[in-house]
Each structure stands twice: as structure tokens, then as C-alpha cells.
Write a protein that binds this ligand. Structure first.
Ligand SMILES: [Zn+2]
Length: 232
């Protein structure tokens, strides 16, 4: 079913578009939410999250109103272990501006690393992004503006990405259970959102704004669910 980020088929009306969307929204706790250091339920061990990311070739595509990058060959090459459970990276995509708010702050962009376990459980890592002109601190060095035009390029472009460089240096994270942020907004999804930002070249960020534009779902109610912050 067709949906959008504004108008009749915007986020406030997603649950009226079809029964599947309605069901997803009513049957699970929703994302994104506001993450606030004053609202933390408990701390969680920094060691409960382990990344095993490697340099990987990704292929770009365009759906759900944004750019997606998916591993071109071995999808089991990049894994995250969270709370002793292993999840495999299957997709990376972008939202503008950020979907999560961190201590009342919104950011120009947020990207999601979508992982799935062998039992079909979802874990999404959210990374908020700030612009930077300092070359040493920028990421997506290998991703140029052409990758944002997969429709023009036909089957999409192949881009090598060193995933570890996309993550902030400081790995302190929030954890909560929510949902996907695009319809059907199914849950449960285990969310990991870094408290620190990572950096993107200003020119690339501008290209995202021009090509992708507004693609963030508004904040959802927390509904008393626990929110954890790692003990950094
Ligand atoms: Zn997303």
C-alpha cells in the first residue's frame, strides 16, 4: 500500500491505510521515541554489545522513499551480538532529519543498520549524524553523490563501505524495544541508538537533503517501557 511522510497518507494516517498497517501499529510498542538521560530505567553493560563488521561491497537501491544499501555478496559477513544473541546485517538506510531525539536534540540525518537473527528477530542500530568538513572525521568517504541516484543508474551502484568507520568512536548506547519506523511498523524490534554522533561530509548531507528529503516518522509515546543506557 502507498504511504508517505505528509498529506493524507502521512504518519498520522498510516494506521488507516490498511488493516496490516493498523494491526502493526496497535499490537506493538512503536518507534522512534525521545531518548533522555533523565528518563533512564537502568544501566546496561557496554560489553553486552559486540560488533563484528568488515569492509563490504554494498549495492544501492531506492524504496520506501529513501536510499538503501544492501550487502552485495555474503550477507553473513557483518554481525552484531547483543545480549548473547547474534544478528546479521541485511540493510542500511537513511532518514532525514533524525527519527530519535537525544536529550531533546534532533540531528540532520539518522541511518539505520537493520539486522536479523536466524530466528527472524530484528535488531536495528541507529546512528545520528552531524555535518563536518574535517576530512579525518568524515565517514562515507567511499559513498559519493552518485550512490544517491540508484534509479538513474538502473540497478544501483556498488560501493565499498568500511562499516566500523560509520560508527561513533564512543560506543555508549541507549537500548529499548520498539518497532520498525516505516509501515507496516511491526515490532518487536530491539533498538540500539548511540548517544554520540558520527560525521558526514557537508556536500553529501546536502545531496541527501535534495534527493531524499523529509523521511522521519514523528516521535511515538514511550508508554512506560524501560529505556536503558550503557555504562560507558
Ligand atoms: Zn529506518
Amino acid at each position: 500500500m502507498e504511504w508517505n511522510y505528509q498529506g493524507d497518507r502521512g504518519p498520522e494516517n498510516w494506521n488507516t491505510i490498511c488493516s496490516a498497517f493498523h494491526q502493526a501499529e496497535s499490537e506493538s510498542l512503536q518507534s522512534p521515541i525521545a531518548l533522555d538521560d533523565d528518563q533512564i530505567t537502568a544501566t546496561i553493560s557496554q560489553q553486552s554489545l559486540i560488533f563484528d563488521y568488515n569492509k563490504t561491497l554494498f549495492e544501492s537501491s531506492f524504496f520506501n522513499h529513501t536510499v538503501h544499501l544492501s550487502p552485495k555478496t555474503n550477507e553473513k559477513l557483518n554481525t552484531v551480538i547483543f545480549d548473547h544473541k547474534r544478528y546479521f546485517l541485511e540493510d542500511l538506510h537513511f532518514h532525514l532529519p533524525s527519527e530519535h531525539e537525544i536529550n531533546h536534540e534532533s540531528f540532520p540525518l539518522e541511518f539505520h543498520l537493520v539486522h536479523r537473527s536466524v530466528k527472524n528477530e530484528l535488531l536495528v542500530v541507529g546512528v545520528t549524524v552531524l555535518p563536518s568538513e574535517r576530512p579525518m572525521n568524515t565517514v562515507f568517504a567511499a559513498v559519493d553523490e552518485r550512490a544517491l541516484h540508484p534509479r538513474v543508474a538502473g540497478r544501483g551502484l556498488t560501493v565499498p563501505i568500511e562499516l566500523t568507520r560509520l560508527l561513533p568512536e564512543n560506543k555508549q548506547f541507549y537500548h529499548y524495544t520498539g518497532s520498525l519506523t516505516t509501515p507496516p511498523t511491526l515490532g518487536p524490534v530491539e533498538w540500539i541508538v548511540f548517544s554520540q554522533q558520527t560525521f558526514m561530509r557537508q556536500g553529501l548531507l546536502q545531496a541527501f537533503k535534495k534527493t531524499v528529503g523529509k523521511t522521519n516518522r514523528p516521535l511515538q509515546l514511550i508508554m512506560n517501557r524501560p529505556i536503558y543506557l550503557s555504562n560507558n
